[in-house]
Design a protein around this ligand. Structure first.
Ligand code: WQD
Length: 340
C-alpha cells in the first residue's frame, strides 16, 4: 500500500485531512515539528479512524533529517504539504522566519521529491494571495495582487516555485486556495487548537462562549457591506479536508489537465462577522457577549470564492452549512474545556 506524506499533519487542517485520507483507504505518515500542534492530536485521529498514522517529529528546516526521513519511508507516492507558519501579524514582525520556514522548506521538500521520483504534490495555499479583489466572487484567474503580508507573499512565491518546477520535471501539483476554514470534526475528537489568544474569528467566538475570553471584539462595522462588518467565505473544515482527498486522487489517476493546477476551496457564499455571530447564537442557543471596536489594520472588506472550477473540474463541492460548522466548533470547544 503506497503512503501519503502529510506535513503539518497534526495541525488544524492537516489532522482533518489525515482522517479523510485514512477513511479513503490511504496509509499516511505525518511530519510535524509540534511548533503549533499537540502530539495528542494523534490520539484523536486514531480514535476516529481506528488506525494510528506514522508520525515523525522533525523540523523541515533540518535538511539532513528530511533526507533521512525519505531514506526511511521509501514508499511515499504523494505529499500534502501543510507545514508552514501562518500568523499574518507575526509575518510582518518577523519576515525572515516566514521566508525561511514557508519557502525554504518547500524548496528542500521539492528537491527530495524530485530526486526520489515522488510525483504528486498538493500544496496548501490561501485566498490571501488575492488581497482585496477587484471583483467578486473571485475566480482562480483573478490577478494575484501584491501580497498584504510576508505570509501572503510566501504563498504567492510558493505557487510560482511549483509552477516553474512542474514545467521542467515529472512532478504534478495542485494548489488549493483555502478561504476561511472553521469548525471541527463531528466526533469532537479533533478541532482547532489556537495557541494563546485566537487571531481568528470563530475560535475567539467559541472561547468567549466558554468563558475563556471576556468578550468578542468585532473589528469594525463601518465597512461598505450590508451590515457594516467584513464578509468572508467560511468553509467547514470537513469539506476542506475532503477536497484534499479529491485533489490527490486526481493526481494519482493522472486526470489533471495541467501539470500545475489551482483551485479555490470555499463555499462560494459570503457571510459577515455579525451574521456569523447570529448563526452561532442560533446554532447553540447561547447569547454571545461582543462589542464593536475599531477596524483591524490589513483586513480586506469582502472576499468570497467563485467555486465553479472546483465544482466542475475537480468534482468537489462544499456540502455543509455555516451553522453545521459553528455547531461543531462549539461541541469541540466544550470537549476541550470539559463543559457538558
Ligand atoms: C475574519 C473576520 C476580522 C477576529 C485569516 C488569514 C488568512 C487565513 C484565514 C491562513 C475579519 C473579524 C476576527 C476577532 C473580528 N489564514 N474578526 N474579531 O483575517 O479573514 O483570514 O485567517 O491562511 O490568511 O488572513 O480571518 O478569522 O482572522 O477574520 O471581528 O476577534 O473576522 O476582522 O473580518 P481572516 P479571521
Amino acid at each position: 500500500m503506497k503512503k501519503i506524506l502529510v506535513t503539518g499533519g497534526l495541525g488544524y487542517i492537516g489532522s482533518h485531512t489525515v482522517v479523510e485520507l485514512q477513511k479513503a483507504g490511504f496509509k499516511t505518515v505525518i511530519i510535524d515539528d509540534l511548533s503549533n500542534a499537540s502530539v495528542d492530536v494523534l490520539d484523536g485521529i486514531t480514535n476516529i479512524t481506528g488506525e494510528r498514522p506514522d508520525l515523525e517529529i522533525l523540523d523541515l528546516k533540518e535538511k539532513e533529517a528530511v533526507s533521512e526521513f525519505f531514506n526511511k519511508y521509501t514508499d511515499i507516492t504523494g505529499v500534502i504539504h501543510f507545514a508552514a507558519s501562518k500568523a499574518v501579524g507575526e509575518s510582518v514582525e518577523n519576515p525572515l522566519l516566514y521566508y525561511e520556514n514557508n519557502v525554504g522548506t518547500l524548496v528542500y521538500l521539492l528537491k527530495e521529491c524530485s530526486d526520489r521520483g515522488i510525483k504528486n504534490f498538493i500544496f496548501s495555499s490561501s485566498c490571501t494571495v488575492y488581497g482585496q479583489p477587484d471583483s467578486l466572487p473571485i475566480t482562480e484567474d483573478a490577478p494575484v495582487k501584491p501580497a498584504l503580508s510576508p505570509y501572503g507573499n510566501t504563498k504567492q512565491i510558493s505557487e510560482e516555485i511549483l509552477a516553474d518546477l512542474c514545467n521542467v520535471s515529472d512532478i504534478r501539483s495542485i494548489s488549493l486556495r483555502y478561504f476561511n476554514p472553521i469548525g471541527a470534526h463531528e466526533s469532537a475528537e479533533i478541532g482547532e487548537l489556537p495557541l494563546g489568544v485566537p487571531q481568528n474569528l470563530v475560535p475567539f467566538i467559541t472561547q468567549t462562549a466558554a468563558g475563556v475570553r471576556e468578550q468578542l471584539s468585532v473589528f469594525g462595522d463601518d465597512y461598505p457591506t450590508p451590515d457594516g462588518s467584513c464578509v468572508r467565505d467560511y468553509i467547514h473544515i470537513e469539506d476542506l479536508a475532503e477536497a484534499h482527498v479529491v485533489a490527490l486522487k486526481r493526481l494519482l489517476s493522472e486526470e489533471n489537465k495541467e501539470r500545475f493546477e489551482i483551485f479555490n476551496i470555499g463555499t462560494g457564499k459570503g457571510s459577515s462577522v455579525l451574521e456569523v455571530i447570529r448563526s452561532f447564537e442560533e446554532a447553540t442557543g447561547l447569547k454571545l457577549n461582543y462589542k464593536i471596536v475599531d477596524r483591524r489594520p490589513g483586513d480586506v472588506t469582502k472576499v468570497y470564492a467563485d467555486t465553479t472550477k472546483a465544482n466542475s473540474e475537480l468534482g468537489w463541492k462544499a456540502s455543509r452549512s455555516i451553522k453545521d460548522a459553528l455547531s461543531s466548533a462549539w461541541e469541540w470547544e466544550k470537549q476541550v474545556r470539559g463543559i457538558d
